[in-house]
Design a protein around this ligand. Structure first.
Ligand code: ASN
Length: 360
């Protein structure tokens, strides 16, 4: 294995990409942590507080100093990429993360994998984005926490320890990006936050988790496999992602929301549709008009947590204009559509990608 270095334990080592590993031990795998903030870096003066705390406060080295066991698992190069509440993560930061991961982890044979620490509110979006843009068999693992670092029984340290362990484990390879929280390993392609408050929040209801962790040992239920819906976009020459808006469908929804989205600069639209991509008759006609006359792709997704939008639901004019999201929920669909627009894909090519996530 190229991961072994002839170096004494507990020395500091800087590799050719400028990543510095403290407590270096030549017999351990190398993992980088890219820290972005969130509750895992959150603090409060009140140890009982699991609301009203400051998200994205502590630096990654302070977090790591409270988990010395982590240095027995891997050599760690910790990088503070950002330190924010996850609502402030942007596609430009994610493009930077993609480039960093590709060059400093995927293309470096001495690196085993990477961990991204992230606020949980939008963690699934960033994990989906990275899964769709980093072309890598190595594990890229997202971790966060639901309790701030100051809370009684804070979950962050164990989640980070487990995330590093999964990133360092050869069984984690070729499974796409992963989400590790609350002892579970979930595919980034399907993970979604299911509770706004509790620790058992990241789930892939239909697909299930890929495995779990006990006494810091990961266990995967099945050998590595990539999902049928997986699609990797090449963003090497992309410097920004076009704006895609999500419109939430409901009874009494007015058609002017779609026209104002386009007027305000949206280059693509995702509808969080009722049931399997449903909208009112009037709104359906407005979508047809937007696609035909403004050349803006519109993806019909579902506001339900589970299920898919089948293409079979769209007939006549709608079959030509509307793109069914398949299994992708609105936030996943927004990211995929934005990335495909960044790649300058046309309507037919965009439709083909969403078809991979579609059954009927
Ligand atoms: N649990 C969390 O991390 C929530 C926090 N508001 C964030 O997403 O940054």
């Amino acid at each position: 294995s190229p991961l072994i270095y002839p170096r004494a334990a507990n020395t500091s080592y800087t590799n050719s990409n400028g990543l510095t590993f403290n407590h270096f031990n030549g017999s351990l795998p190398n993992v980088t942590i890219l820290a972005t903030g969130g509750t895992i870096a959150g603090t409060s003066d009140d140890k009982t507080a699991t609301a009203g705390y400051k998200s994205g406060d502590l630096g990654i080295n302070t977090i790591l100093s409270k988990i010395p066991d982590i240095f027995n698992v891997a050599n760690i190069a910790a990088v503070q990429a950002h330190n924010v509440n996850s609502g402030d993560i942007s596609s430009s930061l994610l493009l930077n993360l993609t480039h960093t991961l590709q060059t400093q982890v995927c293309d470096d044979p001495t690196m085993s994998g990477a961990v991204i620490t992230h606020g949980t509110d939008t963690l699934e979006e960033s994990a989906f984005f990275i899964d769709a843009t980093v072309n890598c068999g190595k594990p890229i693992v997202f971790v966060g926490s639901m309790r701030p670092s100051t809370a009684v029984s804070a979950d962050g340290p164990m989640n980070l320890l487990q995330g590093v362990t999964v990133a360092a484990d050869k069984d984690s390879k070729d499974r796409g990006a992963l989400v590790v929280l609350n002892d579970r390993i979930v595919s980034a392609l399907f993970a979604t936050k299911t509770s706004a408050n509790t620790m058992d929040t990241f789930k892939a209801y239909e697909q299930g988790s890929l495995g779990f962790i006990v006494s810091n040992k990961p266990y995967f239920y099945y050998p590595a496999v990539q999902a049928n819906a997986k699609h990797v976009v090449d963003v090497f020459n992309v410097d920004s992602v076009p704006r895609v808006d999500i419109l939430y469908a409901y009874e009494d929804m007015q058609v002017d929301s779609i026209y104002s989205a386009v007027k305000n600069g949206a280059k693509g639209i995702v509808i969080a549709g009722e049931g399997a991509g449903g909208v009112s008759t009037d709104f359906g006609s407005a979508i047809n008009d937007i696609v035909a006359n403004h050349n803006i792709p519109v993806v019909l997704s579902h506001r339900t947590v589970n299920g898919e939008v089948p293409t079979a639901d769209f007939t006549g004019e709608s079959a030509k204009t509307k793109i069914a999201s398949g299994m992708f929920n609105p936030q996943q669909s927004r990211i995929m559509l934005g990335l495909l627009l960044a790649e300058k894909k046309d309507l037919t090519e965009i439709r083909e990608v969403f078809l991979k996530a579609t059954v009927a």
